[in-house]
Design a protein around this ligand. Structure first.
Ligand code: NAI
Ligand code: AKG
Length: 427
């Protein structure tokens, strides 16, 4: 079952990001030499490392870190713990990171990685040992000015704190404090930044709000569904609810639920905290079949789980007029064609979920400069930065009469092209 799902995600995500890239490269007539460079990853690290389990047995795990491109700055991107993590998934996700950091105007490149495992099968103590061993195995292939990991699916501030602690333990005492920015998304008490916890969801919410302002749509009373109720799904829902939008459906790994009259975001969050993160069993909503989730009657759809969730198989059933991609790569190329033909707008992942890496950048800057910023400062900076990105994408989309994903890719790739040309690699 896992092997089957893995195959589907693996083939889909890399194929998807390459098709998106090539479409945009054709659209901007990208320098063919730069197309060659950007089509392939710079470095790929696969590590196998043994870890002692609670019962005394040893298990060997496989971890990945793919560094796609660093033309604009150090590699940056999350670590995912999931059975579907493999080399192609890491390649695809690393590539999306390069476009995302470029679009956001950050001094970063793109990377991604993780471990192929189902974390629900391991105790907290085992996850700590797995993370520490993985960090040792990565060694100096990560570093505060080289490659800076962050949280992704099934990793969190605690995971980042273990990585930081392990990485620091490999450095001389006098060097340790200089390495605080080797990871972002840390707990605030361990060098993290105020606001990084909500950064991605806040960015998804702001993207929806900017889009709504642009199209003169009032978010109050609009119905929305969310796939994934983890970090991104929860915080997006939190901000949308505050704006008066109504959550009517949620799907996560445990099941799918519906209440056309509205689901309280905070009540559902409380339920998930008491049920190992699962939405299943929430009493103020009814369970529905997994297959019917994307067809729920709503205005806005927020995929905030895994890649390739909206495909040619379900795109036609979508009733929403707006898809805001909280996840990376949730919509495949075939589905996107169907949706655009139907007049559905899509705020693409590399814009929509870029609040996360923008929040990470602020954490990295604070660590690097010995500063501590207040929450309102971080949120205000994030708002300004996201608005700039959003406006650029919207303007390009309207001026050139292209969809928002192509506009976002064009801006991101042109910035990279300019960097290569100005550095004189192709005189
Ligand atoms: N955490 C971050 O800062 C960022 C995350 N993202 C992307 O957002 C997405 C979600 O990430 P997080 O919220 O951080 O992860 P998370 O681990 O906090 O939550 C993941 C959620 O997805 C659900 N899920 C897993 N498999 C599923 C399936 N087959 N069907 C339906 N739901 C499923 C889980 O039950 C959980 O609710 C990922 O695509 C990630 O790459 C993007 C930018 C930044
Ligand atoms: O915060 C970061 O550095 C990257 C987060 C991430 O993995 C993503 O944006 O997909």
């Amino acid at each position: 079952m896992i092997a089957k799902q893995q195959k589907k995600l693996k083939q889909g995500m890399l194929d998807n990001v390459m098709r998106q890239f090539n479409y945009s490269a054709d659209n901007i007539n990208l320098n063919p030499n730069i197309r060659k460079i950007l089509s392939i990853t710079n470095n790929e690290l696969v590590v196998h490392f043994p870890v002692k389990m609670d019962n005394g047995d040893v298990e060997v795990f496989t971890g990945y870190r793919v560094q796609h491109n660093n033309a604009l700055g150090p590699y940056k991107g999350g670590l995912r713990y999931h059975p579907t993590v493999d080399i192609d998934a890491a390649r695809a996700l690393a590539m999306w990171m390069t476009w995302k950091t470029s679009l956001a105007g950050l001094p970063y490149g793109g990377a991604k990685g993780g471990i192929q495992l189902d974390p629900s099968k391991y105790s907290q103590a085992e996850l700590e040992r797995i993370t520490r061993r993985f960090t040792y195995a990565l060694g100096d292939n990560i570093g505060p000015e080289l490659d800076i990991p962050a949280p992704d699916v099934n990793t969190n501030p605690q995971t980042m704190a273990w990585i930081l602690d392990t990485y620091m333990s490999t450095k001389a005492p006098s060097e340790r404090s200089k390495n605080m920015h080797v990871v972002t998304g840390k707990p605030v008490g361990a060098g993290g930044s105020e606001g990084r916890d909500r950064a991605t969801g806040y960015g998804v919410f702001l993207s929806i709000q900017f889009w709504a302002e642009n199209k003169k749509v009032d978010l109050k009373g609009k119905k929305y569904i969310v796939q994934g109720f983890g970090n991104v799904g929860y915080w997006t829902s939190h901000f949308l609810e505050k704006e008066g939008a109504i959550l009517v459906g949620v799907q996560d790994a445990s099941g799918s639920i519906l209440n056309e009259n509205g689901i309280s975001v905070e009540d559902l969050y409380k339920h998930t905290m008491e049920h190992k993160g699962a939405v299943a069993g929430f009493t103020n909503a009814e369970p529905i079949d997994k297959e019917n989730f994307f067809g729920i009657n709503c205005d806005i759809c927020v995929p905030a789980a895994l890649g390739n969730q909206i495909t040619a198989n379900n795109a036609d059933s979508i009733k929403a007029f707006l898809i805001a991609e909280g996840a990376n790569g949730p919509t495949d190329v075939e589905a996107e064609k169907i949706l655009l033909d139907k007049g559905v707008a899509i705020i693409p992942d590399i814009l929509c979920n870029s609040g996360g890496v923008i929040g990470s950048y602020y954490e990295w800057l604070q660590n690097r400069n010995g500063e501590i910023w207040q929450l309102d400062e971080v949120m205000a900076k994030m708002h300004k930065k996201l608005k700039e990105s959003f406006n650029k994408v919207m303007k390009t989309s309207l001026d050139k009469d292209i969809d928002m994903r192509t506009a976002a890719f064009n801006i991101a790739i042109e910035r990279l092209e300019q960097a290569y040309v100005q550095r004189g690699i192709f005189p």
